[in-house]
Design a protein around this ligand. Sequence first.
Ligand code: 13P
Ligand code: SF4
Length: 306
Amino acid sequence: MRRTTYSSALIEAILSLKEERDAIILAHNYQVAEVQEIADLVGDSLELARAAASQECSAIVFCGVDFMAETAALLSPEKTVLLPAQDACCPMAEMVTAGEIAVMKDRCPDGAVVAYVNTTAEVKAVSDICCTSSNAVAVVKSLHASRVIFVPDRNLARYVARYTEKEILPWEGHCIVHDRFTPKDVFRQKKLHPDAEVLVHPECRPDVIDCADHVFSTSGIIQHVCGSLAEEFIIGTETGVLHRIGKTCPEKRCFPLSSGAVCVNMKKTTLELVLAALERMEPKVTVPPEVAVPARRAIERMLEIA
Ligand code: 13P
Ligand code: SF4
């Protein structure tokens, strides 16, 4: 199969070393095209977490950001998890700490703590359950508690609040990419493409969500475009999803809500770094057992629900 015009020697070296190491390559939908092309699976956070837990292999090369690789390490402690771009972080995941959650729990002792998977392992460890963008509503609905402390994304928290009677207490974190979209961006694109459906990620602000036809996770957006009868779409998420859409259903016309919607951390992984990670079996992502045990419990509870 022809993969890309990228150096075929580099690609061959990665694929052969991957076999030798008994490794799989998981890539998030925001990764650069050439990294998506060499991956065994490209997906959203939930799909990648499930794959990390279920795939039989000795090592996982995680092409994404730190919390995703950490989640893989929590779910598969027996596997070596590599994060080729060691400094690829999610700024939102740093916006709440375990200590701040302890303070919130003191103030609201009857509140269940729901941690978006975009959090550190330490935060997951003090949370009741995790969620991703694709299952946040189902996770919150599954809880017995009538009050929910939702960390760290205020926008996802407010999106969930639309679908539940429970009282949602949002933490004030946000994604620096999605929080920048405005209704003006939607109006501008709608003027250019009046027939296009507007699809946005739930990390967008409430006023942007109000302008959207549908709200989905990254893979949800891709699946919707490919399965829809509509021909044109305005895509309100990071521009990396456009590569997979173009590959899966090239006949559809998609326009980014903003061409500047780029997550710089997601773009740090290169083919050279993937090869270097497989050669050195570094940088490894590990979580100390005292954090890993409670953090894994919060993720596994989520996986049991949706
Ligand atoms: P998804 O789980 O929808 O892929 O979202 C992850 C993310 O970081 C979005 O910014
Ligand atoms: Fe984090 Fe936003 Fe980048 Fe997703 S797009 S990894 S939430 S900074």
